[in-house]
Design a protein around this ligand. Structure first.
Ligand SMILES: [Mn+2]
Length: 228
């Protein structure tokens, strides 16, 4: 069976992960493993070598210094150990061409690792910060024809949940934007030439139980994962 690593957040000396991530991997008959937080590249590489795919999960804000900006008051608290770990992990996964699925914060991490920047608080944040409806489609995104995302979903528009107040400002090098909210915010991208290096700003793991498009995304990720 295919082994998927998932990054956690840390809360009061506990590594935590919302059950939706593991349930979505289970739904695809995959095995999932929550990583510890470490920036030790030897350890991270060994984890990646023993696995088949990586999910960079959702969470808090990336430290602005990591994309060359000064912190503004609306930027959330940083999680420095998590930043270090996920940046290192994402770079290693790119080097190894490990299938990588970035979700929300994970999508933002991917962008920063490739030299992109973030809005510390998007101007239209009230349209996107809809934590009151965590599992429901609250806005649509248009999907670019010719993209892998379009190949997966086979449509030019889908409904997504929206639990973010930050967003992609400058796109990272080589990334192709594939999904846009009506206000123009980038909500999906992919890196052509890789087995699977795709990120979305929304949370498909939370829509997995109810929405076919969320299931299609996880199925496509798992299909790109080779298994051992
Ligand atoms: Mn949104």
């Amino acid at each position: 069976m295919k082994k998927i690593l998932i990054t956690p957040y840390e809360d009061r000396s506990r590594f935590c992960l919302h059950s939706d991530y593991m349930n979505a991997v289970l739904g695809e008959k995959g095995l999932s493993y929550v990583l510890p937080q470490t920036a030790d590249e030897e350890i991270l590489k060994a984890y990646l070598e023993g696995a088949d795919g990586l999910i960079l999960s959702g969470g808090g804000d990336v430290e602005p210094a990591l994309y060359g900006e000064e912190r503004t008051p609306l930027c959330g608290e940083a999680e420095p150990e998590r930043d270090k770990m996920e940046f290192a992990l994402c770079r290693l996964a790119l080097e190894m061409d490990m299938p990588t699925f970035g979700i929300c914060r994970g999508f933002q991490v991917m962008n920063c690792v490739l030299g992109g920047t973030l809005y510390q608080h998007v101007p239209m944040a009230e349209n996107h910060d809809r934590c009151d409806l965590p599992k429901d489609a609250v806005h649509t995104v248009s999907i670019m024809e010719g993209s892998r995302l379009h190949d997966i979903l086979r449509k030019t528009e889908t409904g997504v949940n929206s639990r973010h107040h930050q967003g992609v400002k400058k796109l990272g090098q080589g990334l192709v934007a594939t999904a846009f909210a009506q206000d123009g915010l980038t909500e999906g991208f992919e890196l052509p030439g890789k087995r699977f290096f795709l990120g979305v700003q929304w949370h498909p793991e939370s829509m997995y139980a109810k929405y076919e498009d969320a299931r299609k995304l996880f199925a496509a990720f798992m299909a790109a994962v080779k298994g051992q």
